[in-house]
Design a binder for this molecule. Structure first.
Ligand code: ATP
Ligand code: MG
Length: 568
């Protein structure tokens, strides 16, 4: 490729809302351009990278035994009504209707369509298992589209759906996909971990996320300092917390506690460790067609994990309850406790508090707390894992300390079980001739997100640093001054000869000065540049390594062989 004929509009200015390196550099270097909130075009250079990533994903998916298909983006709402997700999916689902007033959605994921494809066509266990996948556009009306390609509204996903006659077979494919995803992310050269995950709106049981470790990740992941345990903070567990703090021994009693609205004030008042207090978090839970105020109780020195809380009550969303709503529910903010709550209040208690004694909780009366309380006699279903695991907590697998790091989710694999097939009436006949809903798995990779992830994982303050697997071109041959005939001729010759041998090279033959050309090389981030400049008259050119920015002189006679060696 010749730069002079290539559309790669580089600029000095980053988008105003860009905070992350990948967002800034991919726009500044002309890989993508934004044309609306969460909407991006891939320009020629971006398209090359995108296709390279897509091909790696495709090669490994094909090798795994899955069949590639292509589903439409527009999906009749009817299918989503059959699965029950038309209402349940929430605001990310873009709903619209056509001129005949038929309802449609823009597919944010395709479980329903996949079930519809096999429903009625796969009738026997003999035709199973089957795995269908695609690499296509998704649309999610994200609440906060941001970080460029990392969280777009329109984006490209590799999504696969597998169908099985048993749970065992479904689990086998889950393992096959875990291995396949590991191969994909290894080939991309990414530093990742597979972590236990929450299943979110997709549902089902058992899921794993693939997280690329990156400081700018939106996800918190809990990893063990010594064993393999790793989990999204939304699904992380820890060994039950203990304390060496002195136990506040007291008989059950009610105390007047003026000005004690917070845990630290309560702990200070009673001169005890916060460990022995019970914190109430009041939320408003939004369900499909109702809402209610819900209470969550955790230890005073713990934090409520919102996703766990949401799963506990089965809400579509949890939001803060207003002062009026708290009052209307009959609750006393600052003095809420699990004992003596208004009768119809829904509440959950962290499992670690079960059967614990010597606790201090709000008495549900303004400026009163109960001391010496024991968490007994609550229905088993009230106890749920609600706490956010923290750095320093103890690993359930090996007893070592847990750490918390940041990650970017690049893939998610799920064991769905029979949920979708059951809801949508998709069955096969098993060995005994009995109709059964399919067991399913589903598996996603954020292909367009990966373009940005490559740069989050590899950049410096000058720009992108692509690896050989994903770079748009391996070598940038920069002709310092195209008016110099010798430079032009030398550059053209070496470009043509490498190109003819199949090397992936670009020739910077633009009429610009050298300064902007080397700046573009640094910003775009090709692995190497060959500078054909003034030294040529003495028989010398220079090779630049983008990663280290080191310059190495090469004699014209050895240039081609050295480059062949480098790019081999
Ligand atoms: P997130 O928690 O980041 O919103 P998700 O759990 O909603 O992701 P899945 O439904 O599992 O994502 O989708 C599969 C993959 O698609 C994700 O692992 C991610 O890489 C990618 N993806 C999801 N949402 C977006 C988005 N808004 N923009 C780009 N890629 C996305
Ligand atoms: Mg999401």
């Amino acid at each position: 490729m010749r730069f002079s004929k290539f559309y790669a509009p580089t600029t000095k200015d980053a988008p105003k809302d860009a905070t992350l390196p990948s967002h800034k550099f991919l726009v500044r270097a002309g890989f993508v351009n934004q044309y609306g909130s969460g909407l991006y075009n891939f320009l020629p250079m971006g398209k090359i990278v995108f296709d390279k990533i897509k091909n790696i994903v495709k090669e490994e998916m094909d090798a795994s035994g899955a069949n590639e298909i292509q589903m439409g983006v527009v999906t009749p709402a009817e299918l989503w009504k059959q699965s029950g997700r038309y209402n349940a999916f929430g605001k990310e689902l873009l709903r619209f209707h056509d001129r005949k007033n038929n309802d449609f959605v823009l597919g944010p994921t395709h479980e329903e369509v996949a079930v519809d494809i096999v429903r009625g066509n796969i009738n026997s266990y003999k035709q199973l298992p089957l795995h269908l996948y695609q690499i296509t556009t998704k649309f999610r009306d994200e609440g906060r589209p941001r970080y460029g390609l990392l969280r777009g509204r329109e984006f490209t996903m590799k999504d696969g759906y597998s169908f099985h006659d048993s749970k065992e077979c479904m689990k086998k494919e889950f393992e096959n996909m875990e291995a396949t995803y590991r191969r994909i992310f290894n080939r991309l050269g990414l530093n990742f971990r597979a972590v236990d995950a929450d299943s979110g709106a997709i549902g089902g049981s058992g899921s794993k996320e693939f997280m690329v470790l990156a400081d700018n990740g939106e996800d918190d992941i809990v990893v063990c300092s010594s064993c393999d345990y790793a989990a999204n903070i939304e699904a992380a567990s820890r060994a039950k917390k203990t304390t060496i703090a002195e136990t506040p021994e007291a008989d059950m009693a009610k105390f007047h506690t003026p000005n004690c609205g917070t845990i630290s004030e309560v702990a200070e008042f009673f001169k005890i460790d916060e460990f022995y207090t019970v914190k109430a978090v009041i939320k408003k839970a939004i369900y499909e067609d109702s809402e209610e105020v819900v209470l969550f109780f955790v230890r005073g020195d713990d934090t409520l994990q919102e996703t766990k809380a949401q799963n506990a009550c089965g809400a579509l969303e949890l939001v803060d309850a207003s002062e009026e709503e708290v009052k209307a529910a009959g609750l006393v903010a600052g003095s809420c406790g699990p004992f003596g709550l208004p009768e119809n209040i829904n509440f959950f208690i962290d499992s670690e508090l079960k059967d614990e004694a010597n606790l201090i909780c709000g008495a549900n009366e303004h400026e009163y707390h109960n001391v010496g309380m024991s968490m007994l006699n609550f229905n088993k279903s009230r106890y749920k894992d609600l706490v956010e695991v923290r750095a320093g907590d103890i690993c359930t697998c090996c007893g070592s300390k847990l750490e918390v790091t940041k990650g970017i989710e690049v893939g998610h694999i799920f064991q769905l079980g029979q949920k979708y097939a059951d809801a949508m009436g998709a069955t096969f006949l098993d060995e005994n001739g009995k109709a059964q809903p399919f067991y399913m798995g589903c598996y996603g990779i954020g292909v367009s997100r990966l373009v940005a992830v490559m740069i989050e994982a590899s950049h410096d303050d000058k720009g992108c640093i692509w690896n050989r697997q994903t770079t748009p071109f391996d070598l940038d041959i920069i002709i310092s001054n195209i008016k110099n005939e010798d430079e032009l001729k030398f550059g053209e010759n070496i470009y043509n000869s490498l190109k003819n041998e199949g090397y992936n090279v670009i020739l910077d033959d633009r009429k610009d000065r050298f300064g902007p050309k080397i700046k573009d090389f640094e910003l775009i981030g090709f692995p190497y540049a060959l500078i054909v400049g003034k030294g040529l008259k003495d028989g010398n050119v220079e090779l630049v390594d983008r990663k280290t920015l080191e310059k190495r002189p090469l004699h014209v006679d050895e240039v081609e062989s050295k480059i062949r060696e480098l790019l081999a």
